[in-house]
Design a protein around this ligand. Structure first.
Ligand code: CDP
Ligand code: MG
Length: 374
């Protein structure tokens, strides 16, 4: 029998102002989808081939776009799907420590090559007392003060990693905490490659599923409440969005590396899942001007994107040049070293959005880091 994965999905129907429930079926053999309306007990979408859904996108809590409808996956639809896709999926916290935040591109490359994906990310700066709360379990240790002092000394990046056995895979990737031990015994680990000593050892990884749940809640609370704030400065800045297609193609690490290698300073970084209405609002100025407007809106709301504040004097123009012409085919001809030439495929899936007009830089950065991260 042909493989078929089943999910329960919710879609907010804006015209009826109703939350509708569907069974969503995915056939990996030919990448086709089918939808069944649960309330009205009828086929909603006949089995249709659809290139924009991949098996890796199908996990609980994720949102997928099916023909411009944002579907929230809320449950596995049957035991077979839960066993096959869900059994070993875990979430864990990775916290990149202050001295290696500029190495985040390299670290992401190693994360992706271990079959983990990044589902949340936020650059933040912890106060002394926030860092002390985070490391509470080490309160009585002799290194506690130095550790808290170091972790609160500059911006860090917190990430939620997801995948089969994510918690232990991330710790294995990191290697042991001690600088001498790690270099001697696990020279290929992240801590051996990028670490300095026992305290400056690149990153933190949760050491149990219970710790992961608590630590993820610390940075990414499930209910509205206090959480460490983003690091956006809102002056002399421009906005860059690594688009959802590039995030799901695993290009984030490469793109961040290219941006840093070109000498641009990333002063804020955060992943967002943009609602359709917010994507429309963000791209409002292009409505009726650019023929791709609605495809751009769909792309931006099709999954998590990564938003950056790039900081520097007159950075808007130089960063825009570095992104290249909006059509990647043209970019590959005229400006082969630009981000869009390197990582884009079409005018809509062109890897990155960047602010067009210098005077809009602050506004676009505010849209994400003030309004959506409010
Ligand atoms: O980070 P990991 O879980 O591998 O190690 P830990 O034993 O939970 O310690 C937490 C952090 O404290 C380490 O990552 C080090 O930065 C720091 N530490 C230290 O500075 N000196 C030690 N002797 C042990 C840990
Ligand atoms: Mg630990």
């Amino acid at each position: 029998m042909e493989d078929r994965y089943a999910f329960l999905a919710e879609w907010y129907d804006p015209t009826a102002a109703l939350l509708r429930r569907f069974q969503l079926f995915f056939y990996p053999k030919d990448g086709s989808v089918e939808m069944f309306d649960v309330k009205n007990q009828r086929v909603f979408l006949r089995r249709t081939k659809y290139d924009n859904i991949h098996q890796e996108d199908l996990f609980m809590g994720n949102r997928v776009n099916v023909f411009s409808r944002q579907l929230n996956l809320i449950e596995y639809g049957d035991q077979y799907t839960a066993n096959k896709l869900g059994s070993k999926k875990e979430r864990t916290l990775a916290l990149i420590k202050p001295d290696v935040v500029t190495k985040i591109g390299d670290i992401l490359e190693l994360i992706y090559s271990s079959n983990l994906i990044v589902t949340k990310a936020k650059m933040t700066k912890l106060s002394w007392s926030q860092a002390a709360d985070f490391y509470m379990e080490h309160q009585s240790k002799p290194f506690f003060n130095n550790l808290v002092q170091f972790v609160s000394s500059g911006p860090v990046v917190a990430m939620e990693l997801m995948g089969d056995e994510a918690m232990s895979i991330w710790r294995k990737l990191l290697g042991p905490a001690d600088g001498a031990v790690v270099r001697r015994e696990v020279p290929r680990s992240i801590r051996a490659q990028f670490g300095t000593d026992g305290i400056k050892n690149v990153a933190h990884g949760s050491d149990s599923l219970a710790a992961a749940a608590r630590e993820l809640e610390f940075f990414f609370p499930s209910t509205i409440g206090h959480c460490p704030s983003n690091t956006a400065v809102f002056t002399d800045c421009t906005c860059c969005i690594i688009k959802p297609h590039a995030v799901s193609e695993g290009l984030t690490g490469k793109i961040l590396n290219s941006i840093s290698e070109a000498g641009f300073q990333i002063s804020a970084l955060q992943m967002f899942s943009v609602e359709l209405a917010n994507a429309e609002e963000f791209y409002e100025v292009y409505k009726g001007v650019v023929p791709e407007y609605s495809s751009m809106v769909n792309e931006l709301s099709s999954g998590p994107c990564m938003v950056l504040e790039i900081h520097g004097t007159d950075v808007s123009k130089t960063f825009r040049e570095f992104c290249g012409p909006s059509d990647p085919d043209i970019a590959r001809h005229l400006r082969p070293a630009t981000l869009r030439a390197l990582y884009g495929s079409t005018k809509v899936k062109n890897a990155v959005h960047c602010t067009d007009l210098p005077e809009d830089g602050v506004l676009e950065v505010q849209y994400f880091f003030k309004i959506l991260d409010g």
